[in-house]
Design a protein around this ligand. Structure first.
Ligand code: GLN
Length: 535
């Protein structure tokens, strides 16, 4: 067993400073120095997981191999580190309380009064240490969601205080991410909000060891000196994090600022050899110097909030870079699409992706878009609901099954080509009850998906309740739709395609969750290539 060291990342002043990206960038730097590292996110909300949250609230729900519905930051962790995360990497207050209350009901507390301290804080500490059991890690980075000063963050800060003390100074480091606002009228950067948020942390007994300062302008030595003085750190522990064009620049930026260096020094770990970012920088070089551009439409109903499709837009960046293609995404609201305007909205696009989703809002627009795409030979990738809508479109317009639908949208449809899975029929709880996580799929040789993956057996992550209705299988295949991938055990349809179309592929699973910087997803690669070829 290794002597695992811990890094805690807290946030001050405002939310949305990019704690997840800073944590992932630090982890990347440590990883390419040869340390084994993983990252965890603790979310101070009462939902058990973000699975039941509206994407407008919290962005995309990210799904792990083991079927956990998690915060979108876990997507960044996987994309940066190229290693899978699991349920243990994301814990919410809801889950913490649920475990403690379950124990209380079992009588595990032997008649004691159950309290925030020590019982909730003990459970938080247990969850932090538990992650160490999922692998042999040198360093575990734990990101505390929310902002210091929030009532709901207090038990987490207290748990960090206790852990630091239990682990000893050499085994734990606290990084505080903060904002240095710029007042245009005064032409000045302001440190006061940071001083206050550090003071607030200190009142809870936690001294930040490192300050990472988000800023729109270089902060300079004067401000660093001032922050160091007021916040009880050395000047070298004040790290500037200036705005960059792409999140993938942040590891280099943090390296230049010495973040990994100061963290390793405090943890008494070797600072040589230097990080080897060769592969990472090769990805960046291609990403920034594309030879071609493709215009791809993304049809979805949450397009106002692009975080709702984070993994998809990142997967396009990975795939695009691998082919030296700049993917220019056009966000199209599915509710804005009609029979009349589908042509004007989609004309000129080199390809269209129809996004995952739930519920009836905007689905008719998606179906209209797919009809136009299919009839006009525009490359198409349909993900989950996007695939289901492609099946419905084909049923209505090729098979002539009027009013064909998914029973999610129309319970009484005469042609339920997409239907609730048998095991889903008696489920009433909404949280964590979908078909979730990694499932096997067998691909048929000679198909577009087989060509993309170049292998027969794949495993991909799922998050849905409805499925292709196999009662209609014959009708579809006879009319020219190819069922190119099925689950080998359940025979459920996983992928569909139309062979006499330049590129028309729908998948019931979510390929976007598995795309990383170093492993662009084969389906996204095949799709952007097809978009370029048919351009
Ligand atoms: N709403 C559909 C289902 O539950 C699709 C889900 C999705 O796109 N993730 O089957």
């Amino acid at each position: 067993m290794k002597n695992t060291k811990y890094v805690f990342v807290t946030g001050g002043v405002t939310s949305s400073l990019g704690k997840g990206i800073i944590a992932a960038s630090l982890a990347k730097l440590l990883q390419v120095r040869g340390y084994s590292v993983t990252i965890q996110k603790l979310d101070p909300y009462i939902n058990i997981d973000p699975g039941t949250l509206n994407p407008y609230e919290h962005g995309e729900c990210y799904v792990t191999n083991d079927g956990a519905e998690t915060d979108l930051d876990l997507g960044h962790y996987e994309r940066f580190l190229n290693i899978p995360t699991s349920q243990a990497n994301n814990v919410t207050t809801g889950r913490i309380y649920q475990s403690v209350i379950d124990k209380e009901r079992r009588g595990d507390f032997l008649g004691k009064t159950v309290q925030v301290i020590p019982h909730i804080t003990d459970e938080i500490k247990r969850r932090i240490r538990l992650l160490g059991n999922t692998g042999d890690y040198d360093i575990i980075i734990t990101e505390i969601g929310g902002t210091v000063g929030d009532i709901e963050s207090l038990p987490y800060i207290e748990a960090v205080r206790q852990l630091e003390w239990e682990l000893g100074r050499e085994n734990a480091v606290v990084i505080h991410l903060t904002l240095i606002p710029y007042l245009a009228a005064a032409g000045e950067l302001k440190t006061k909000p940071t001083q206050h948020s550090v003071k607030m942390l200190m009142q809870s007994g936690v001294n930040p060891d490192v300050l990472v300062c988000r800023t729109e302008h270089p902060i300079g030595d004067d401000i660093k000196r001032k922050l160091a003085l007021f916040c009880n750190v050395q000047q070298e522990d004040v790290i500037e994090s200036i705005d960059v064009n792409t999140i993938y620049d942040v590891p280099n930026l943090m390296y230049k600022e010495g973040l990994d260096q100061v963290v390793l020094k405090k943890l008494k770990l070797e600072t040589s050899p230097k990080p080897n970012l060769t592969e990472w920088n090769e990805f960046l070089r291609k990403h920034k110097n594309p030879k071609h551009t493709v215009e791809i439409g993304l049809v979805g109903k949450y397009v106002e909030l692009q975080d709702a499709y984070k993994s998809i837009s990142e997967a396009f960046i990975h795939a695009g870079s691998s082919q030296e293609i700049n993917v220019n995404l056009h966000w199209i609201h599915s509710e804005s699409l009609t029979v009349e305007n589908a042509e004007s909205k989609l004309k000129g696009l080199d390809g269209v992706l129809v996004a995952p989703g739930f519920g009836v809002r905007g689905v008719e627009g998606k179906i209209k878009a797919i009809q136009y795409i299919r009839e006009n030979n525009i490359p198409f990738l349909g993900i989950c609901l996007g695939m289901q809508m492609a099946v419905i479109e084909f049923a209505r317009n090729v098979l002539g099954l009027e009013d064909a639908n998914s029973t999610e949208m129309d319970k009484k449809t005469p042609h339920p080509v997409i239907n609730l899975m048998e095991e889903q029929k008696n489920i009433s709880d909404m949280g964590g009850t979908m078909r979730l996580g990694a499932w096997d799929c067998k691909l048929e040789k000679g198909t577009k998906v087989y060509e993309a993956y170049n292998t027969e057996m794949i495993s991909e992550r799922h998050r849905h309740r409805y499925e292709f209705n196999n009662d209609y299988l014959d009708k579809f295949t006879k009319a020219g739709m190819k069922i190119s991938g099925i689950n080998p055990e359940t025979k459920l349809v996983e992928t569909i395609e139309i062979p006499n179309h330049p590129y028309f592929v729908g998948v019931q699973y979510h390929p976007e969750y598995k795309s990383t910087v170093l492993n662009p997803h084969p389906l996204f690669v095949a799709f952007v290539k097809a978009c370029l070829e048919t351009k």
